[in-house]
Ligand binder design. Sequence first.
Ligand SMILES: [Zn+2]
Length: 510
Amino acid sequence: MAETSSLLITGGRVMRPGADLHRPPAADILIEGARIAAIEPGLAGRPDIAGRDGLEVIDATDKLVVPGFVNAHYHSHDVLAKGLLEETFLEKWRLLALPPAYPKRSVEEIRARTLLGALECLRSGMTTVQDMVTLYPFDPAHLAAVLQAYEDIGVRAVVGLQYADMRGIHTVPYWTEVFPEEVHSKLSTAAEPDRNFDLLGFFEDEYLKPDQGGERIHWALGPSAPERCTDALLQQTADLSARYGLPVYTHIYESKGMTLQARRAYADRQGSLIRRLRDIGVLGPRMNLAHSVWMLDDEIELLAETGTNVVINPLSNMKLKSGIPPIRAFQEAGVTLGLGCDNCSCSDAQNMFQAMKLFCLMTAISHVEPGPPQAEAAYTAATLGGAKTALLGDEAGILEPGRLADLSLVNLMDPSFVPLNSALRQLVYTEPGRGIDTVIVGGRVVLGGGVLQTMDENALLGEVEDLMPDFRKDFEEIRTRVDKLDPYIQEAHRRTWADDVGMNRLFTGK
Ligand SMILES: [Zn+2]
């Protein structure tokens, strides 16, 4: 039997449960194999540990040791589109950014974009990404490229294919009315509605086997949005999730348009997608509702009763003019919150520091009176909350013996942390991400002293540049096509905003 590798991290200030998170005391951390074996001061001085053959030691003096962040909502399919777009509203953005609009991509591009996105996540201190990826048209070689990329770079990945079985045009308010008939066929933004292909059945047969996936790769299910899925598809999702213990990711009430669609399409359930999901039996601790911006109080109660999780995505919610989610109401009801950075084409950055800070600031401007401290809430959502949404709540998300050794070292000798008034608040409000020095995933040093250890970073960046002429050409064609449709898109948007859905989540001053 191979001897378990040992790694000792010495002298760092450790953000562990029960510690003073504002000025955490220093301790040593012993990692054996993939897991944390001990966290105590003075481990480095013990001969039985210091004298071990092959012991690797990392000096973490002047470093903060933080649990690895979990990017609880992410899509690797548009990593190459960061910085291409200004603010716009969700329904227009979908036409510009979602894979069905694009010609089929190459395996090389899919590998490069997956690696690049994972690299940015790692450099932001994320050790787990929950990738709700659209591979359109589905090709097993593309999924294999995604999985191999995650294996190679060394991040922990929870991979869920995104799917739907209703045509996009029928799921956005006013689109069938305002768009001329001849463009209707171009407005399918759902994933696989027309191919008569049972993606979920194929996925179960091919991938949900005990010997599939590496130890850092986990599976999930990704129904795109409930209003784009029939009851039968959601039932199939609930069944697979229960049988294989898989997390489920879906987008819900992200924009006013998605909320209005629910009011119109599900009048029999008081216009509530939450009641529909409850009746289908898909709510519960395995279900993660991304966004949940336009959620009503009685629906929040149903989430709390069923133990359903919510994933907040501050960056995309603001850039796509979706609005501000009712974070304090979720907290008061006891709903578990995760935090995500969503698509690169609308969040632009896979950066948990930006997400944590905006989580707090959005909460602050949503209420007249101060509420409970939000820095720890944001930090918890980025760590343990996210781990819970990945069904890794007993494995990752906090630093304690027995858990997976998924953690980061953050440089405290940076203006962000000097003077050190509160490690917790400076992590959330001050640190922009430049302090991430070392990232360890499952006991393996993936980023060490700022250098990617698992592959040649410069070669990867060069490969991405080589792929960009084709990607940019395709993107510009799509932009030209969407620009021509703009008057219709705007008209549907205007009508949507004139309607009442019982609340307003956008700060319009009215
Ligand atoms: Zn999303």
